[in-house]
Design a protein around this ligand. Sequence first.
Ligand code: IMP
Length: 515
Amino acid sequence: MSTLALHSYGDLCMLTETLESKVGLLLKNVKTLAIVCNQWGDTGKGKFVDFFGHYWHADIIARGTGGANAGHTIKVDGRTHTLHLLPSGICGEQNIIGNDVVFDPVEALKELNGLEEDGVSYRLLISHQAHLALPQHFVIERLREMLAGSSKIGTTGRGIGEVYGDHVVRCGLVVNDLLNPDIFREKLEKNLKMKRLLLRGFDHNVVQEIVREVSLKNCIPYDEKDIFNADAIIEVYTKHGKELKAMITDTDNFIRQSLGKKRIILEGAQGHLLSVDYGTYPFVTSSDCSLKGLSKGVGLHESNVDRVFGIARLPYMTRVGEGAFPTELGGERSRAWCNTHKRNDEDIEYPDATINDNDEFRQGVAVRRKGGEYGATTGRLRRVGWTDAVLLEYAALTNGPYVIFTKADIMNEAEHIKICDAYIYTGPTYFIGNKMIASGSVLNSLPSADNNLLRHCTPVYKQYPGWQQDISSVKLYADLPVNLRNIVEQTAKRAGVIPVVISVGPDRNETIVKP
Ligand code: IMP
């Protein structure tokens, strides 16, 4: 078994050329490529938008869903920028924020100003129809989560659900309203009337405190007698509108005009299992994170997309917040810990947890630490568990068969690897249509990622020996350890997917394009 180590500038040039030609072959005849996540997000979309943006020479990178709830870190000239709303390809080609994105002008300007201060140039267009996030959305979301208590969703606090909710109940505002003050006022006042009604059900002091905090954060003068000060909101937000005006346009038309002529990357947000339509509802985000939602969010139909890559971590996966996660290392103990503690707490409490720990909870702590699994938006601990081939199969039904496997390098030291092959249902008798699922039933596939079902599913694992060697310098699939290739191939076969790329480290070049 041989591994190729890079020694010189010449080696690097050769590798770059090789990756470029492999990507060229992989994407032959492709003009529009979608990159989505087949799990619960945080699988490495940012790395692959950068990778394909670079080696495939993309012309346009477009986001279609989600908002400032996403999180990606980009490095430019040695400086790190943590972005939430801007697409992760912001420093390169023409970037687009599409029509189904939740647009928070305050966050957008903060991120854009941060780039400008560091001399980073960008080319960004913002859909005039993107949904507008406003202070009332942050306030109501906080209150809703508070009211839900132990059944809260564990949102990122970016108002996402409230904004999409307003859109669906037809009282939402869009980015274009920032440019038309009279319309902005009319729509805002109608919207605030509903919100004020909603606030009556909450303790007045709590409401005031939250409104005060949100106002401060968004630089809106706070008036305790006028809980949502429409005049102040209009003044501040129309000012933001003026700053953003040159970027606001009909991006749907721009993308349609570019179809077949330019190389377009559609950058997914969150992950399939967090999709409001396909995920573990209600523990999901409020947009459709699948290929279908992404295409619609940039003004396209999914048939306009020539190739889709669904990213999945292998052999472990993560989820942030609440909701079912059958393969979670440490199960309920892990869920409760991750949702109530910070990184520091576990560094103090479990400093010596190891990846081969006999206690699964502690093993999970070690994987989290090694993988740096802390939310980029909220800093929360990501829950970790073994990769689930049943859920991967389910996601591929919508997103197609081509997958990119990431993060294997984190498990280099593991003696054993487990992949979920099926479930045993252990809950109360449950009906899906006229199909009865009784306790003890074996489930090999899922009709939906039903949280009521999944929360009572015990995984049936296939266990594999680990590979126990460093893989970060491996450049060819054939040079990966045989035990890892076996896991890749068996998992792909079980889930009915085709692996096209294996990521062996965070850097652009730590990537293997499979022959
Ligand atoms: P929201 O999107 O802020 O409404 O949060 C809804 C659920 O989606 C919560 O469980 C969040 O933790 C999760 N979520 C939202 N964005 C991300 C992400 O970028 N990565 C992982 N989980 C996310």
